[in-house]
Design a protein around this ligand. Structure first.
Ligand SMILES: Cc1cc2nc3c(=O)[nH]c(=O)nc-3n(C[C@H](O)[C@H](O)[C@H](O)COP(=O)(O)OP(=O)(O)OC[C@H]3O[C@@H](n4cnc5c(N)ncnc54)[C@H](O)[C@@H]3O)c2cc1C
Length: 363
């Protein structure tokens, strides 16, 4: 049986970031069931580098987002990954929302984000003409990134260090051995066996399913998985925005906000909708809801120019309340050499390089 030090299940941005980092000191193989890296959540998101404003103090989301943001901007410079630090306008429309805005400002400070600045009415009118709002904050460290190029840079880092990415290869199961794991993989329809010392389950939406197939891992160490789809609509036509525009967050998402991609294309979303099975279709019927939400802050929206775009699916751990990332090693589940990553929803892209650091420290 072939042996490799570390096998990582999943070539999304998180698996690749971990692989790029660990390959500097050990032999690493990353496998993905799809034909290419990043075909699930990592290529179906807003591509926003988040500042780290909302998350509960000391949570992994807060710590890894703030740390990851800095690492990501440095990485982009070093590896020439396209990035734009556009900044974001976070706005409130009612008195109740102004209280929320003040609470977010305080939370951001507790998370170590000290660069938020209040915008006057004149500044709002200059920076986002036509935006209907009564108060706003500007977050200068928020940006956008080309996530495909980011993943490509991580693959290059991995391969440069002697590591390997193999696609069309599915993790089937793992048995514990004296020195690690015996893995059963399926490579393009053919069964394949491999042994490793360390196994990292960065399977995103499939992480729980993978964990079920790791012998020795107690079932109560595997959190429930809930799929929460986020749909986007793109806007084809002139618009006044040069920054990202965010209303107040909602229970499961950040509200239907406006982001720009690297080409300057404006898009709105994602919304939030729990679903029972993986389905990336955008429901054209959702347009009326989008129009209503957007016109509440940008009345000049022309509905004719709004078109269904794409959808991503958040790997949520609960339908009721927000949950932190779960990144668990031996200290939690007593399986030597295994790290499971569950619930890596937003800000997982921003946090990816910091997640890699955290995983390395756990090992
Ligand atoms: C709508 C939406 C918007 C978002 N916006 C942002 C944002 O603007 N900024 C931000 O920071 N974050 C954002 N996120 C979160 C971010 O996209 C994710 O946290 C990140 O992409 C997760 O990466 P991952 O590698 O964990 O998962 P994935 O990209 O899903 O990768 C997991 C991989 O594992 C593979 N895999 C699973 N099981 C197996 C198996 N058994 N065998 C082989 N391969 C397997 C899958 O094929 C997949 O490629 C958003 C998420 C969503 C859904």
């Amino acid at each position: 049986m072939d042996h490799i030090d570390t096998v990582i299940i999943g070539a999304g941005v998180v698996g690749l970031a971990i692989a790029a980092r660990l390959s500097q000191t050990r032999s690493v193989l990353v496998i993905d069931q799809m034909g290419q890296f990043g075909e699930h959540t990592s290529s179906r998101n807003s591509e926003v580098i988040h500042a780290g404003l909302y998350y509960a103090e000391h949570s992994l989301k807060a710590r890894l987002c703030v740390r990851g943001k800095g690492l990501l901007y440095e990485h982009c410079k070093r590896f020439h990954v396209p990035v734009k630090q556009l900044g974001k306008i976070l706005f409130a429309r009612t008195n109740a929302e102004q209280d929320k805005l003040a609470a977010i400002e305080a939370q951001a400070k507790r998370n170590g984000v000290h660069d938020l600045t209040p915008l006057s009415r004149t500044q709002i009118a200059d920076m986002a003409p036509g935006l209907r709002t009564s108060a706003a904050l500007f977050s200068p460290s928020t940006g956008i990134i080309d996530s495909h190029q980011l993943m490509l840079s991580l693959v290059h880092q991995l391969e440069h260090a002697g590591g390997t990415l193999v696609c069309h290869t599915r993790f089937e199961s793992a048995e514990q051995t004296a020195s690690g794991f015996a893995l059963r993989l399926n490579c393009d329809g053919e069964a394949f066996k491999l042994s490793c010392n360390t196994l990292i389950n960065a399977g995103g939406l499939f992480a729980q399913d993978n964990a079920q197939r790791i012998a020795g891992l107690s079932k109560d160490q595997i959190p429930q998985s809930h799929l929460c789809r986020g749909q986007y609509f793109c806007y084809q036509g002139p618009h006044p925005f040069h920054h990202l525009i965010y209303p107040m967050p909602e229970q499961h998402g950040l509200g239907i906000h406006a982001t720009l991609d690297m080409a300057g294309q404006l898009r709105f979303g994602p919304d939030t909708q729990f679903i029972d099975k993986l389905d990336y279709q955008v429901d054209a019927q959702a347009k009326a809801r989008f129009v209503e939400a957007i016109q509440s802050y940008w009345p000049a929206l022309d509905p004719e120019r709004l078109h269904p775009d794409y959808a991503g699916i958040r790997p949520k751990l609960s339908r009721e309340k927000g949950q932190d990332f779960v990144i668990e090693g031996k200290q939690h589940h007593q399986v030597e050499g295994l790290i499971n990553l569950f619930g890596i929803e937003s800000p997982g892209l921003t946090a990816s390089l910091a997640i890699a650091e955290y995983v390395e420290a756990q090992l």
